[in-house]
Design a protein around this ligand. Structure first.
Ligand code: NAG
Ligand code: NAG
Ligand code: NAG
Ligand code: NAG
Ligand code: NAG
Ligand code: NAG
Ligand code: NAG
Ligand code: NAG
Length: 415
C-alpha cells in the first residue's frame, strides 16, 4: 500500500523504491494486513514530540488520524509516510517518513528506532531541536537521512556507523558539534555527505573508507589540522570556511574531482602542479588562505576543464603565471590581493580579447605598461587593475581605482 505524498519522491535517489511501490500498488491486495503495532506507536510518539502549536492546519502531521490504520487508509490521512505491502499476511511496515518543511518545533523521539523497516527519514526545514537519538542505530535499512535546516544539537551518534546501507546524509544547517565519529568513516555505500554550517570541530584524518563518496561538504565549520586523506571517488569537495592548515598534498590524487573549494582556511605552502594536473576540475577556489606560490602547468593541445580559478587573498609571489593561457576552458581568474610583481604578460592581452571574460588583478605589485589589448574597448569583459604600480592611463576604464606610488612596488622582486 502506498501513501501518496505531495513531496517529490522521484527526485530522490530512491526512485527505485517508488517504482517498486507503484508496481505493487497495481497488484490487487488479497490480504488485509494492518500496520505493525510498534510502527503505529512510533508514529504517535513522533507526533507527540512535536509542539502542537507548531502543527499548522494543512500540515502533514495534522493529517495523521490514528482512528484509521496508517498504511491501510485510502484518504488524505497520514501524509508524508510510505509503507511497504507485505506479500503474505504479515503486517504492513512504514518505510519512509518525509515530512513537510513548515517549521514543526520539537524533538526527534527515541521511538523512531522502532521503525526498523525505515529507508528514508527526511525532516528538512523545520525547527527540531535536541540530539539525534541513539536508537537510530536500529534503522538498519536506512539509506537516506536528511535533517537539514533545523536546530539539532549534540554530536553525531557513533552508532550511525552501523547503518551500512546509508547512501545519503545531510545534516547541514543545524547546531551539531563534535567530530566525525571514526565508525562513520567506513560507510561503504555513502555517496553524499553534508555537514556544512554547523559547529563541528576537530581533526579529520582519513576518510578513504568512504570509498563511494561523491560529494563531501564540510564547509562553514571549525575543522582544523591537516587536510584529510580522501577517497578517490570524490567529485565535489567543499571545505571552505574552516581552520585547515598545512599543505595541499592530500588532494593530489583525486583525479575525478570537478568542484574543489578549499577557500577561507589557513592552508599554506605552494599550490603545486599536481592540483593543476587534475584535468576534471572545473571550479578551483583556493582563495583566502596563506599560499605563497603557484606553479601552473603549461598544457599543450587540449587543456584541462578548468573554467574558474579563484586564488585571491593569499601571499602569492613572483610573476603572474603565463601558463594560464594554455588552459583552453578558463574564463574567470581572480588573483587579486596577492603579492605578484613584474609586468602583465602580453599573452594575457590576447586571451582577454578571445576567451577570458573576467580577470581580477587588483591589490598586487604589478608594474609597467598594459598589453595593447587592455587599452582597446573590450566588450563583455570585466577587469580590475587598481592598487598596483601600473602605468595605467586614467582614461582607460580598466584602470579605475587608482595606482600605488611606484616606490611601493620596487624591491618586491627579491622577497
Ligand atoms: C497467515 O496468518 C495465519 C494466522 O495468523 C497463519 O496461520 C498463516 O500461516 C499465515 N499465512 C502466511 C502465508 O503467512
Ligand atoms: C519499541 O517497541 C517496544 C516493543 O513494543 C517497546 O517496548 C518500546 O518501548 C519501544 N521503544 C520506544 C523508544 O518507544
Ligand atoms: C561551538 O563549539 C565550541 C567547542 O568546539 C564551543 O566552545 C562553542 O560554544 C560552540 N558554539 C556554538 C554556537 O554552539
Ligand atoms: C585509511 O582508512 C582505510 C580504510 O578505512 C585504510 O585502509 C587505510 O590504511 C587508512 N590510511 C591511512 C593512511 O591511515
Ligand atoms: C570562493 O571562495 C570565497 C571565500 O570563501 C567566496 O567568497 C567566493 O564566493 C567563492 N567563489 C565562488 C565562485 O564560489
Ligand atoms: C608552453 O607551451 C607552448 C606550446 O607547447 C610553448 O609555445 C610555450 O613557449 C610554453 N610556455 C612556456 C612558458 O614554457
Ligand atoms: C572545454 O572545452 C572543450 C573544447 O574546447 C569543450 O568540448 C568542453 O565541453 C569544455 N568543457 C566544459 C566543462 O565546458
Ligand atoms: C575577486 O577577489 C576580490 C577579493 O580579493 C573580491 O573583492 C572580488 O569580488 C572577487 N571577484 C570575483 C568575481 O570573485
Amino acid at each position: 500500500m502506498v501513501k501518496k505524498t505531495p513531496t517529490n519522491f522521484v527526485s530522490s535517489p530512491n526512485s527505485l523504491l517508488t517504482i517498486i511501490a507503484t508496481i505493487l500498488y497495481l497488484i490487487p491486495s488479497q490480504f488485509h494486513s494492518l500496520t505493525l503495532k510498534d510502527d503505529i506507536n512510533s508514529l504517535r510518539e513522533i507526533a507527540h514530540a512535536i509542539d502542537p502549536n507548531s502543527i499548522a492546519p494543512y500540515s502533514y502531521i495534522r493529517s495523521w488520524d490514528f482512528k484509521v490504520d496508517p498504511c491501510e487508509s485510502k484518504g488524505p490521512q497520514f501524509l508524508g509516510i510510505l509503507c511497504d505491502l507485505p506479500l503474505d499476511n504479515s503486517s504492513s511496515r512504514i518505510t519512509a517518513i518525509d515530512l513537510d518543511g513548515i517549521g514543526y518545533e520539537g524533538f526527534l523521539t527515541p521511538a523512531i528506532g522502532n521503525l526498523t523497516e525505515l529507508t528514508i527519514l527526511n525532516l528538512n526545514n523545520n525547527k527540531f531541536r535536541g540530539p539525534i537519538p541513539e536508537t537510530i542505530r536500529k534503522l538498519r535499512k536506512l539509506t537516506r537521512l536528511s535533517l537539514s535546516n533545523n536546530f539539532f544539537t549534540g554530536a553525531i551518534p557513533r552508532e550511525i556507523g552501523e547503518l551500512k546501507k546509508l547512501q545519503y546524509i545531510d545534516l547541514s544547517m543545524n547546531r551539531f558539534s563534535g567530530t566525525i565519529p571514526y565508525d562513520m568513516t567506513s560507510l561503504r555505500s555513502l555517496t553524499y555527505l553534508s555537514l556544512s554550517n554547523n559547529n563541528f570541530s576537530g581533526r579529520i584524518r582519513n576518510l578513504t573508507g568512504l570509498w563511494q563518496l561523491n560529494t563531501l561538504d564540510i564547509s562553514f565549520n571549525q575543522f582544523f589540522g591537516d587536510l584529510p586523506n580522501l577517497p578517490v571517488s570524490l567529485r565535489n569537495i567543499y571545505f571552505s570556511h574552516n581552520i585547515f592548515s598545512g599543505p595541499l598534498t592530500p588532494l593530489k590524487d583525486l583525479i575525478h574531482v570537478r568542484w574543489l573549494d578549499i577557500s577561507d582556511n589557513r592552508l599554506s605552502g605552494a599550490i603545486q602542479r599536481d592540483i593543476f594536473s587534475l584535468r576534471q576540475v572545473i571550479h578551483l577556489n583556493v582563495s583566502f588562505n596563506r599560499f605563497a606560490s603557484m606553479d601552473v602547468i603549461n598544457y599543450s593541445g587540449q587543456g584541462p576543464q578548468l573554467h574558474l580559478l579563484e586564488a585571491q587573498g593569499n601571499n602569492l609571489r613572483g610573476n603572474l603565471p603565463i601558463n594560464l593561457v594554455s588552459f583552453t576552458n578558463l574564463t574567470t581568474i581572480n588573483l587579486s590581493n596577492n603579492q605578484f610583481h613584474g609586468i602583465i604578460p602580453k599573452e594575457y592581452g590576447q586571451k582577454l580579447s578571445t576567451l577570458w571574460r573576467q580577470l581580477y588583478l587588483d591589490h598586487n605589485f604589478l608594474t609597467g605598461k598594459l598589453p595593447l589589448e587592455f587599452t582597446h574597448t573590450l566588450k563583455n569583459v570585466k577587469v580590475s587593475l587598481g592598487n598596483n604600480c601600473l602605468n595605467c592611463p586614467t582614461n582607460v576604464v580598466l584602470c579605475r581605482g587608482g595606482q600605488r606610488p611606484g616606490t611601493e612596488c620596487s624591491g618586491q622582486h627579491n622577497i
